[in-house]
Structure formats: C-alpha cells, structure tokens
Ligand binder design. Sequence first.
Ligand code: PAF
Length: 282
Amino acid sequence: MQTVHTIAALREQVARWREAGESVALVPTMGNLHRGHLRLVEQARGHARRVVATVFVNPLQFGEGEDFGRYPRTLAEDQARLETAQCDLLFAPDEAQIYPDGRDDLSRVVAPRAFAELEGAHRPGHFDGVATVVSILFNLVQPDIALFGEKDYQQLQLIRRMVADLHMPISIVGVATEREDDGLALSSRNQYLGPEQRRKAPALHAALSAVAAGLRGGRRDFEALCREQFEALAGQGFEPQYVAIRRPDLRPSEAGDTEFVVLAAAVLGTTRLIDNLRAEAV
Ligand code: PAF
C-alpha cells in the first residue's frame, strides 16, 4: 500500500488507475482504525478494483469544547491495518492540503434542515463540516463508490442526500455496525472510556434493543417507549441526549409503520457515545 500526503500525489495515482480503466472505491475515515473501518475496506474491495482510504481528522466537524484536540491520531498503526486489509492507497493530508486558505471564509456545503435534529441539535455545525469535507474528498478522489458505517446513521443519510442533491455520480454504500461481544458499537471514542465506564457502556445498546423489542412487540407509544429508556440510561449514570424512533429515512414514525430505526446519544463521563438499531415489526 502506498501512502500519500499531498493532493498532487493522490491525483497522480488515481489518474494512472483511471487510464488503465480501473474502478475506485473510497473509504473516508478520521483514523484510529478499528475492525469497523477495516470491514469498510474489505467491502470496498468487493465493489471496485482499487480502494483508497483517507485519514483526516476534520476540524470543521468538531464544535467548541468537543474532542478535536484529543482525538486519537495513530497514523503508523492505521497504515499497518490498512496494509493488512489490502487497501491500495492511503491519503493522509494535513489541514493545509484540505483547507489551504484557512477555514474562516470557506465555501461550505450546508446540510438540509432535516439534519438539524438529533445529532444536528446537539452538535450544531457538525453536519455542515461533514458534508463539506466529504464533498472535498469526493472531488479529490472522484471515486465510483464510497462506503460509510451505519453506526453514524444520520451521517450516512446526509451523504446519500448530498450526493443526490448535488448530482454527484457516486454510489453510497452503508456497512453494518461492528460490535463488541457485549453489544457496544465499535468507535474510536471507546478508548476514552475508563474500565468502569467501559463496563457500563453496553447499556446504550441495551436501551436501543429494549425500544426495538417494544416496537416488535407492537408498542406504538413512541414517546413513552423512548422516555423509559432515556430514564433508564440516566439512572445508570449516563447523561442521555436523545432516544428517538424514526422511519429508516429519518422522517417521524407513525403508528402504522413497520420499519423503524431507533437512535440514541448519551455522554458517559467525558465520552459521547452514539448508536442505532433497525427494527422491523410485522
Ligand atoms: O465518519 C467519519 O469518520 C467522519 O465523519 C468522515 C466521514 C470521515 C468525515 O470526516
């Protein structure tokens, strides 16, 4: 696997593949790669001849007081993991490559209003930052296909929407969340958890599972269902931010629906965890 740090080197390599008629898949990441990311690379290999991964901790998507400064930066380990996963090219730019004229007065992609809810409500500006950097990465790599984890469910829907709205000729593939044996969704942020918090953390997945079981069992009192699990999380020492039931396209659920996604975010100590679960009810 080759690692490049400049846009010029990235474009040169991708152009060579294009000249040879080879298809390209993109796996954008912020690094500190775990099994979930490697699964994206593995799946990407089934979709395209060449796989490009990017590692860039994007300052634009972090709010004030969030963890941009302490976000784990582990490039050497990431390179080794990507090599093992048979990634073809790693693009690991610094901020000056991506935002050469700074970030103060940058052209941005603005997320649609619907994304001001849930994550958007708790992380103002986050989705504009994600949409902007992903569109920059799409412009630089010009992939045929790009893969994103379903753990960031709203992000995945946002990217799908952006690609449709801006007529980007890129297929977006969502890849199932990888979990620890106790249900905790894999996340680079899990390593912030101390031992006692790590023990508690699977309660977030358990709360989602309880809501999903309620839906499968025929409950349609959405608010009460979510409130119960919000309170259960609070009782276990989390600071829950939301527990919500939506349609898979994130529109509000209605009593006659049979397909749902349950989403939650909660802070445990200084770690903000998010997760989601799909539920189908007959
Ligand atoms: O999901 C992530 O790691 C990031 O939000 C992404 C898509 C790489 C954009 O910075």
